[in-house]
Design a protein around this ligand. Structure first.
Ligand SMILES: [Zn+2]
Length: 319
């Protein structure tokens, strides 16, 4: 009986919710919650804003990420959820420490436990982020059970940042993968700042093969599929390999900027404005990644021209 009542209650909640969402669809940028799956909703407002996701259960709500920039900020979300549901937000999950994905989420501190990777909490405290400081942290994997629903939180090591997690809701085939998944045919992000390239490539392949995934919710824009994870992996591999090829041949960053064009991706969204920064930041990563062979002179400075002195030529000066 209890379960039946719960299901009926959820159905009514869902109907009320859909009516509310439809009523606001007429205004393009007015903040609204859009259904992703039966129990998962996404905040839509300013185009390109970081996604905020809500998982609805009969015993409480779970919020994954939120951004304080734009009308669909956590304060608006809190009011909207109070209006639509009789149950409070029980958990807030922070995907990673980047400020545009988590700012303002402390508005849920009155009812919610905040969860993140252990490193996310370290970054939040160090940087004094404008968000909820996590109450519960984990290392590799954890589960959250609420209202008969199960979320699995994964950490596969450093990727887009050293603390990014993914949130999987197997029952409804939804994978929330901020800033590692991307919108269809688009460069995911302006640059690779804070990224681990090998970890990013490996984890994209793992996520692309994860079972029980029908929809992937990126950090920005609407849902995509596991295929886009593979396509993004191919792009990162192609960019990395072209940059390494040029560096191994001795090319300078100026020469690399001229020679590496990756024309096959030129039709991707944001290619015109982001490719240069993608290229420079990939070069920066690869610059630290490899140890080149010394030239014939054996001069370490020549082989590794970092632009400032690394000491006197030769390595035996303190004999
Ligand atoms: Zn990020």
């Amino acid at each position: 009986m209890k379960k039946q009542r719960l299901e009926v209650g959820l159905l009514i909640l869902g109907m009320v919710f859909l009516q509310g969402a439809r009523a606001q669809d007429s205004s393009d940028e007015s903040p609204r919650l859009v259904r992703v799956s039966d129990s998962v909703f996404r905040t839509v407002h300013r185009p390109g804003a970081a996604n905020s996701n809500v998982i609805v259960t009969g015993e409480g709500l779970i919020v994954v990420d939120g951004t304080c920039r734009g009308d669909g900020n956590p304060e608006w979300l809190k009011q909207e959820l109070d209006r639509l549901y009789d149950v409070p937000v029980k958990y807030v999950i922070l995907s990673h420490d980047h400020e545009d994905h988590i700012c303002g989420l402390q508005v849920f501190d009155d009812t919610a436990v905040t969860v993140s990777h252990a490193r996310t909490r370290e970054h939040i405290v160090r940087e004094g982020r404008n968000t909820s400081v996590p109450d519960v942290v984990f290392q590799d994997e954890m589960e959250i059970h609420l209202g008969g629903k199960r979320l699995v939180l994964y950490y596969f090591g450093p990727t887009h940042s050293n603390n990014l997690i993914q949130v999987h809701f197997p029952e409804e085939g939804v994978l929330i993968a901020p800033d590692i998944a991307r919108a269809e045919r688009s460069l995911a992000l302006p640059d690779f700042r804070d990224a681990d390239i090998d970890g990013l490539i490996d984890t994209l392949a793992i996520l692309a093969k994860l079972d029980d995934v029908e929809l992937v919710v990126p950090g920005h824009w609407g849902p995509t599929t596991q295929q886009s994870l593979l396509e993004y992996r191919d792009y990162v591999v192609a960019l990395r390999d072209r940059v390494l090829e040029e560096m191994k041949a001795g090319a300078s960053i100026e020469e690399i900027l001229e020679r590496v064009t990756l024309d096959e991706y030129a039709d991707y969204g944001n290619f015109d404005i982001w490719f240069r920064a993608n290229l420079i930041s990939m070069w920066d990563k690869m610059y630290r990644y490899r140890e080149p062979n010394l030239e014939d002179s054996g001069d370490y400075q020549t082989a590794y021209p970092i632009g400032f002195s690394v000491g006197v030529t030769g390595m035996g000066s303190n004999q």
